[in-house]
Design a binder for this molecule. Structure first.
Ligand code: SF4
Length: 276
């Protein structure tokens, strides 16, 4: 069977980079889960001896500590470094950016507005870089801004995975109510890129496979997008889900994968399709 991969699929740049760092640091320990994918964390453990802890007191002096993709809080990072652990930072550069902005703008006396979920580790990490924790405000929508007593100088950043249109609403509301607003677009469009690529590819092919967890919301979104362009779209968790009958009378198969699907699962699917 002839096949083509979407131009963007599967793990994003930051996750791939973090996995490579962990693989290159065998027998290290990650402080918090490296990425949000249990299968991959288990593989790193069994193949590279990479452990996991969320508790500082469980670390021992001979541990090399890998910082997870979403970053950690500044005081935790400082504590690790001061305790003379070898620290290898796998924080995604797109996450480091809002951390640095928060630190710099806060030091310059700006109130910091973060568009995002205050309970998400990434947002907790970004907040922790502010000089003055009382002048950092996390909002999930423009309506929340009206209850805040913001000063005249405001810097605004976004959690990396938020929607651009919603970020724009927050920016608009801030601009109409404040004298000075510094806007930093810190949204990473990795998920959007996967969706655009799947949309394009599913228009070209006569069968489409989307590889990913059946309970993964971004995988299901990809499947829905493909289904509108290509009736023969199938969501498979692994190569063993593939039914060769799907390919009767078909010539060209497109393949995409959700953002939490490891490369080795996708490779097995490619291998199976290429043999049909
Ligand atoms: S910021 Fe973007 S590239 Fe980095 S880990 Fe998150 S989704 Fe991936």
């Amino acid at each position: 069977m002839k096949y083509k991969l979407a131009s963007s699929y599967g793990f994003c740049f930051g996750v791939k980079r973090a996995i490579k760092i962990a693989e290159n640091t065998p027998h290290s320990i990650t402080y918090g889960p490296l990425i949000h994918n249990k299968m991959e964390i288990d593989r790193l453990k069994s193949s590279f001896g990479v452990g996991l802890t969320e508790n500082f007191d469980e670390l021992s002096s001979d541990n090399t500590v890998v910082i997870r993709t979403h970053g950690i809080q500044k005081n935790e990072l400082d504590r690790l470094k001061e305790s003379s652990f070898d620290v290898v930072d796998a924080t995604c550069p797109y996450v480091t950016k809002p951390q640095e902005i928060c630190q710099k703008m806060s030091a310059e006396g700006y109130d910091i507005v973060i568009f995002g979920d205050r309970d998400h580790p990434e947002v907790k990490g970004v907040m922790s870089y502010a000089d003055n924790a009382e002048r950092v405000f996390v909002v999930l929508g423009a309506d929340e801004l009206f209850t805040l007593k913001l000063r005249e100088k405001i810097a605004v950043v976004s959690q990396t995975t938020r929607k651009f249109t919603e970020f724009m609403q927050i920016i608009q509301a801030l601009i109409s109510a404040s004298k000075e607003v510094r806007v930093f677009n810190t949204i990473c469009n990795a998920t959007g890129e996967n969706q655009e690529a799947a949309d394009e590819l599913s228009k070209e092919v006569d069968i489409m496979l989307i590889v990913g967890g059946k309970n993964s919301s971004n995988t299901k979104q990809l499947f829905e997008i493909c289904k509108t362009n290509c009736k023969s779209s199938f969501l498979v968790e692994s190569a063993s889900d593939i039914d060769e009958g799907w390919f009767d009378g078909k010539n060209f198969c497109g393949i995409s994968a959700g953002a939490s699907t490891p490369d080795w699962v996708i490779s097995e699917v490619i291998d199976r399709v290429s043999k049909i």
